[in-house]
Design a protein around this ligand. Structure first.
Ligand code: FE2
Length: 307
């Protein structure tokens, strides 16, 4: 397993010159490499600023998935129409492994990241092949895998009334649900099959319908496509208790003992992408989990979502 992790993941495409031109002429080969590796790092190309990153995404050509339309919990700021800050949570906050927006019914197929400024120390993006996690987890904890396969999982998140940039889960319910008021929020939640409860301080506790926790890829591989690790390890702030964040689809709590094997296996399989300025990464969101290590100094990693 470590041989595979060291030699083939992520795929590294060392190049030079204009990344937009490269992606425009090599899309089929890039997509084939992405299918094999699950994550690609483009290093050595000329990507001096967010505009060049935007141009590279445009040249790649797949349609975008917008943050406004998403149900993401993270507070973000747009830099160009398709490029935004990856997550404005404080530097000391670790963002644990997850598939982007797998805790909602709406998620992107791929993600682009771009390092404009690398942190003084720390700030790597951990990457983890989710098909490898599921394979080992199925051998080590077959009952847990059978339960999430049969019932799916539910996520509960408490959203503030206004954006709280001090939390990795700080996006307000007004922004998350594109709602002006409580009635609008309730209409959107009902549409999505969520249940909810208003809090005294104007925050909103929302619980998803049962969502699939395992995904079958086009080639038949299965992945641990969910947000369980990030929700269990990381959804702690003044409003959110990680112990209440996840349940099996039938409402039974998912306990620490249930999560321990998945967390341990994922940690063992994780590759830390240590950013260099100008790096661009492309991730298959259905195959690879990502996160963010804590860091010191100024770090600017931008993201773009592909539908
Ligand atoms: Fe993310």
């Amino acid at each position: 397993m470590t041989d595979m992790a060291n030699s083939e993941f992520p795929g590294i495409i060392a190049g030079g010159g204009d990344l937009a031109a490269f992606l425009g002429t090599n899309k089929a080969a890039v997509d084939a490499a992405l299918g094999d590796a699950g994550a690609l790092l483009f290093r050595g190309f000329d990507v001096p600023d967010p505009q060049a990153f935007d141009a590279a995404i445009a040249a790649y050509g797949d349609p975008g998935f917008t943050y406004e339309d998403s149900l993401s919990n993270a507070v973000r700021t747009n830099v160009t129409p398709r490029v935004f800050t990856a997550n404005e949570a404080p530097p000391t906050t670790e963002i644990f492994l997850h598939h982007e927006m797998a805790q909602t019914p709406l998620y992107p197929a791929k993600l682009f990241f771009y390092c404009e400024i690398a942190a003084h120390s720390g700030g790597a993006t951990p990457l983890c092949r989710s098909d490898w996690v599921l394979e080992r987890l199925t051998a080590q904890a077959p009952d847990f895998v059978a339960r999430i396969a049969e019932h799916g999982v539910r996520y509960t998140n408490v959203m503030p009334g206004t954006d709280d940039a001090g939390s990795g889960q700080g996006r307000s319910w007004r922004s998350t649900l594109s709602a002006a008021d409580q009635a609008g929020a309730e209409a959107r939640l009902a549409d999505l099959g969520y249940s909810w409860e208003w809090q005294e301080d104007g925050a909103l506790r929302a619980t998803t319908p049962a969502l699939d926790a395992i995904r079958v890829l086009a080639d038949g591989r299965k992945t641990f496509f969910n947000q369980l690790i990030a929700a269990f390890r990381g959804w702690a702030d003044s409003r959110n208790d990680p112990n209440r964040a996840i349940t099996f689809g039938d409402g039974t709590p998912i306990m620490s003992a249930d999560m321990a094997p998945a967390i341990q296996i994922a940690d063992e399989l994780t590759y830390d992408l240590a950013w260099q300025p100008g790096d661009v990464a492309l991730l298959d969101n259905f195959a690879v989990m990502h996160g963010r290590r804590p860091f010191e100094g100024k770090r600017r990693v931008l993201a773009s979502l592909i539908a």
